[in-house]
Design a protein around this ligand. Sequence first.
Ligand SMILES: Nc1nc2c(c(=O)[nH]1)N[C@H]1C(S)=C(S)[C@@H](COP(=O)(O)OP(=O)(O)OC[C@H]3O[C@@H](n4cnc5c(=O)[nH]c(N)nc54)[C@H](O)[C@@H]3O)O[C@H]1N2
Ligand SMILES: Nc1nc2c(c(=O)[nH]1)N[C@H]1C(S)=C(S)[C@@H](COP(=O)(O)OP(=O)(O)OC[C@H]3O[C@@H](n4cnc5c(=O)[nH]c(N)nc54)[C@H](O)[C@@H]3O)O[C@H]1N2
Ligand SMILES: [Mo]
Length: 673
Amino acid sequence: MLESSVLSACPHDCPDTCVMITTVRDGVAVKVRGNPDHPFTRGGLCVKVNDYEHRVYSSDRILQPLRRIGPKGSGSFETISWDAALAEIKTRWTAIIDESGPAAILPYSYLGTQGTLNGLSVGDAFFNKLGATISERTFCDSGAITAFFMTCGPTAAIDPESFVHSRFIVLWAINSISTNLHHWPFIAEAQRRGAKVVVIDPVTTRTAKAADWHINLRPGTDAALALGMINVIIAEDLIDHDYVERYTVGFEDLKARAAAFPPARVAEITGVAEDDLLALARGFATTQPSVIRMGVAIERSASGGNAVRALSCLPALVGSWRHCGGGIMHMPIWAFPVRWDALSRPDWIKPGTPVVNQWRLGQALTGELGLATPIRSLMVYNSNPIVVAPEQAKLEQGLSREDLFTVVSEQFLTDTARFADIVLPATTQLEQFDVMFSWGHLYLTLNEPAIAPLGEAVPNTELFRRLARTMGFDDPYWAMTDEDMAQMAFDWTSPALEGIDLATLRAKGYARLNVGSADDFVPHREGNSPTPSGKCEFKSSIAAGGNMVLPLFRQGYMGGQSGEALDPLPDYLPARESPQTNPQLASRYPLGMLSPKSHAFLNSSYGNLRKQLHHAGEQKVLINPADALTRGIAAGDVVRVYNDRGSFDAAADVSADTMAGIVVAPMGYWARR
Ligand SMILES: Nc1nc2c(c(=O)[nH]1)N[C@H]1C(S)=C(S)[C@@H](COP(=O)(O)OP(=O)(O)OC[C@H]3O[C@@H](n4cnc5c(=O)[nH]c(N)nc54)[C@H](O)[C@@H]3O)O[C@H]1N2
Ligand SMILES: Nc1nc2c(c(=O)[nH]1)N[C@H]1C(S)=C(S)[C@@H](COP(=O)(O)OP(=O)(O)OC[C@H]3O[C@@H](n4cnc5c(=O)[nH]c(N)nc54)[C@H](O)[C@@H]3O)O[C@H]1N2
Ligand SMILES: [Mo]
């Protein structure tokens, strides 16, 4: 018997990027476990990934290319060879390009794997060369990142491990215990040392239950609450004058803007009691180090970017940045010197190439978007839009078009893959090589292939090499091996990577970036904000200039080349569809719905696997007892949740864990499982 331990990394789109060890016996991966030496992973994996080998060897894996033989969506396929699949793609795409131009082809991807090589940017070079329509990857955080940059610039800002030093921790729109599990021990340690943990969430989540204080607010009103805090802090003179004077710009303007948010008005907008607002503002200002950890749900409304901007002003206003464990955490990804442009090749984009925001896929496919070049072919990889993108009914309608040629690269026959004409088999993380950055800690991680690819599955890097060859592209880009790509993907000469290379990663599996220790990570003690002014910009110069194209991986996260000048100051804009702001809509659909992340799924991944499905249980919808009563709904009743965009059935979970008027249905369940 031959047994070995292979250095692995969790591939998922999650801030934790766990460092794993895979036990391989006679060529078979028998177990994955968290690396006990890693300061963030600490030997533990989550309920999603701790049996990852079952995902790898699932009998439902797609291991050969497939060609559709039944109606679209039926899931009837025959296996074909890679050569036949590639030949068919070439024939169809060539005809489409000849007749309509390459913009009739739309790629669609997100973060099925987060690896630097196989993840976000993996298809960009190919599709840029082809001249396809650009799909803007806006699923997650592109709005928040833009807003954060406008105020603080691209900074790692705070080491999540430094939270042990924090004394006032605000978890704002994040359900850490489900979505950032490995950060929780640092928060719990701070709590043990006397820190107060506050959760701001319309739902009483697991995290809210573990906090010292849970503040409920109406969804989409975070900007008003943050501006209310600023108002109180200024009115009560709880500001750090020296920090504000030296290291910020626009204080007087911010003060004038916040004056429009007195506690009474904020209470009316947010539903947060005035006393709670006062206590929150005072606590944050006076209990140093104070810190805010933002989650992604803040950005999911009209006021989302504004909320992030207002929140990003708070630590500078009260001087939290002076302390280790103080500030605001968005994502420390900016500490990783990834060479996105070398991977994505934006220099190959032809001027005038159309752009489609990925939230609008349904509209793009049904023609509603009115694109000058209608979409005739779609290629999906690293994503499952039928489950994760909005307007499910429209998506299914678009994907059912007989004239749409759809290619999907997948590990499983997802709801989306069922609509494909050609399905191409993708490897899992244990079958591929990658180097992982993280958006939730400061370690670079290596993932070595633990086993040979199963069946005819290929890593995404190889998929695009094959497609490039098929389409006759001969740029040296596609002659690179994965290891060549890893050499290219990072600026190995940057200070953050000093002393780190593939050899050191191979020895240990991971390396902490060269950014100092978590006990002394205070990058903004003396300002040093990487904004145009070098200061924290309460009044944003980027907004005033109207230039929203940020120099960072335009095709990665960034979108929004609006060219419009934005309000240079944060403001509160009412949500477009809340009962308070859109009564006409509310008369038809009186309940609002949130669909946050599920504890046992990773977005829609694992929504088909036995253990995680068992853990998650059937699709539920949380409904407040008052709303249940008026509708005659009892606990456990199967109810239909619907609006004009889609519908699903769920078991009613009647509980005051959600406020009246808001129902909550965790995301990730597949329509067909
Ligand atoms: N278990 C698990 N972990 C995951 C994922 C997963 O699917 N499952 N997905 C990963 C990904 S891609 C991401 S982006 C992260 C996201 O992780 P989180 O940032 O935690 O994201 P969400 O679950 O979308 O939303 C967090 C909380 O925001 C609340 N919320 C909703 N609307 C509002 C609002 O308007 N204001 C406020 N204050 N709160 C609001 C929701 O009730 C929810 O509890 O998690 C990652 N980790
Ligand atoms: N209702 C609702 N919708 C949401 C959200 C929400 O909170 N609520 N959150 C949004 C957010 S924050 C995000 S990030 C998005 C996430 O959306 P996606 O990134 O699309 O996430 P998944 O649904 O997990 O789909 C990833 C797919 O990639 C496949 N995959 C995994 N590894 C590989 C690989 O190596 N190669 C290939 N070719 N495929 C692979 C997986 O099998 C899976 O089907 O969803 C968004 N949608
Ligand atoms: Mo996300």
